[in-house]
Write a protein that binds this ligand. Structure first.
Ligand code: ATP
Ligand code: MG
Length: 442
């Protein structure tokens, strides 16, 4: 039978055999964020389109080319979030989180939607882990969020990853810089791509972030924002660097980073790896001191970052990093006949209540296919129940790793005895001294 439809281009299914990779990174990111005092926030998948236009910026690629704006009930003013910061700041304002004292620190794990050219590491639905800190202008906070991102990458075990930092100044220094950029690009105005031709007047800095080859070529010798920073911004950037040095975090100043979203001010940074080809930016972030005010809130400095989880997982896979092991079945209870099936069910319930991972026959098939299934799911132990076992109350526990069998009683001692067998199997290979240490037995 032909499928009625396939998944949309640029989307992916995370199948059960891959889910453990996601569990691994989700555990690492949430535990690390919480250790830094960030608390989880969950926001809607779609927001008013105006929220993104106002925050991400009218002349950005994201808003001009990549948004999924949905229509519902004949209206089309909602957009699937292309990123998490705008919605998070909207939520922070709407829920009065700003009144709870500074700094406020939140993190999220969410899906984002961008209509982009699909390539490895560039999807139309992808996932971000993001952190946002609100209510501090201090360069200590900049170092803190960078250090959080770095801790996550370190704990994930990724190597060959470089931290690039830059400052893109405040609106005050930006005005001078825009003038210089306009002058620079005007000379080759006719060669710019169509979108950038328009950006020249409205927001010339966006040309530096254009993906078109010709714009990138022309932009190579453009003036650098770092040469136009006002004294305050320069001082802030220097302090950030001092803090990074105190923390022992290596960095490189890359004066070409401008980032693809309009809301950034002062610090911008990226963690880049060369191990996954062109889409090497695993994490990007920075300050956005003007955003909250732009959204109608009080003037409040803030900063954060977002990490692409697909890109993180690709990097981890390429570098052979460790993932958490999938849990496997402790015991499969095979059964023949109704009475044995009922006993299997009862024992299963009992063991699960004690925290064991147990399965039994749900298909009503013969012993042989049941054994095959138990083997396939990697069950550590198998026990077969038939009329005989039910009558005598004696069964045999088979250790699937070495084929050895032990007698086990189906009475009140069952759970304890099964638990002992499982522990013995786990400790096999460790020397006797270690076993007595763990089991508390002399
Ligand atoms: P890029 O320059 O690669 O397009 P970006 O500047 O658009 O990235 P951000 O908006 O800063 O990216 O998003 C933060 C992170 O989210 C990126 O560093 C990347 O890891 C991830 N990311 C962004 N877009 C995609 C995508 N289309 N597919 C997969 N991951 C993405
Ligand atoms: Mg992009």
């Amino acid at each position: 039978m032909a499928l009625i439809t396939k998944r949309p281009k640029g989307t992916f299914d995370i199948v059960p055999s891959e889910a453990y990779r996601w569990h691994t990174v989700e555990k690492i990111v949430s535990e690390t964020a919480e250790q830094y005092g960030f608390r989880e926030i969950r926001i809607p998948t779609f927001e008013d389109t105006g929220l993104f236009v106002r925050s991400v910026g009218e002349t950005t690629d994201v808003v001009q080319k990549e948004m999924y704006t949905v229509s519902a009930g004949g209206k089309s003013n909602f957009t699937l979030r292309p990123e998490g910061t705008a919605g998070t700041m909207r939520a922070v304002l709407e829920n009065g989180i700003l009144n709870e004292g500074f700094p406020q620190k939140v993190y999220y794990i969410l899906s984002c939607f961008r209509h982009e050219n699909v390539q490895k590491g560039r999807q139309r639905e992808f996932h971000q882990f993001g952190c946002e800190m609100v209510g501090t202008e201090s360069p200590r906070a900049d170092a803190e969020v960078i250090s959080l991102a770095k801790s996550v990458l370190d704990r994930a075990g990724v190597r060959n990853i470089e931290l690039n930092i830059n400052s893109i100044g405040c609106p005050k220094c930006r005005a001078e810089y825009h003038k210089a950029l306009k002058e620079f690009f005007s000379a080759r105005k006719d060669e710019l791509c169509h979108t950038c031709g328009e950006r020249l007047e409205k927001n010339p800095m966006r040309i530096l972030d254009c993906k078109s080859e010709i714009c990138q070529e022309i932009g190579k010798d453009a003036p650098l924002i770092i040469d136009y920073l006002c004294d305050d911004c320069r001082e802030h950037f220097e302090q950030l660097q001092k803090n990074l040095q105190v923390m022992g975090i290596e960095y490189k100043i890359n004066p070409k980073i401008v980032r693809g979203l309009d809301y950034y001010t002062r610090t911008v940074f990226e963690f880049v790896t060369t191990d996954i080809g062109a889409q090497g930016t695993v994490c990007g972030g920075g300050r956005y001191d003007g955003l909250i005010e732009q959204l109608g809130g009080p003037k409040t400095p803030a900063l954060g970052f977002a990490m692409g989880l697909e890109r993180l997982i690709i990097t981890m896979k390429n570098q052979g990093c460790d993932f958490m092991e999938e849990k496997t079945c402790d015991l499969y209870i095979a059964s023949m006949g109704e009475a044995a099936a009922a006993k299997a069910m009862a024992l299963t319930m009992q063991l699960r209540d004690e925290g064991f991972f147990v399965e039994y026959d749900l298909v009503e098939r013969g012993i042989k296919p049941q054994m095959k299934y138990a083997d396939k799911i990697g069950a550590k132990f198998v026990m077969v129940l038939g009329d005989n076992e039910i009558e005598t109350g004696d069964a045999r526990l088979k250790n699937m790793a070495d084929g050895s069998q032990t007698d086990i009683k189906l009475d009140d001692s069952f759970t304890d005895n099964f638990s002992n067998a499982l522990v013995a199997e786990m400790f096999k290979g460790l020397d006797d001294e270690m076993v007595s240490l763990f089991s508390g037995k002399e």
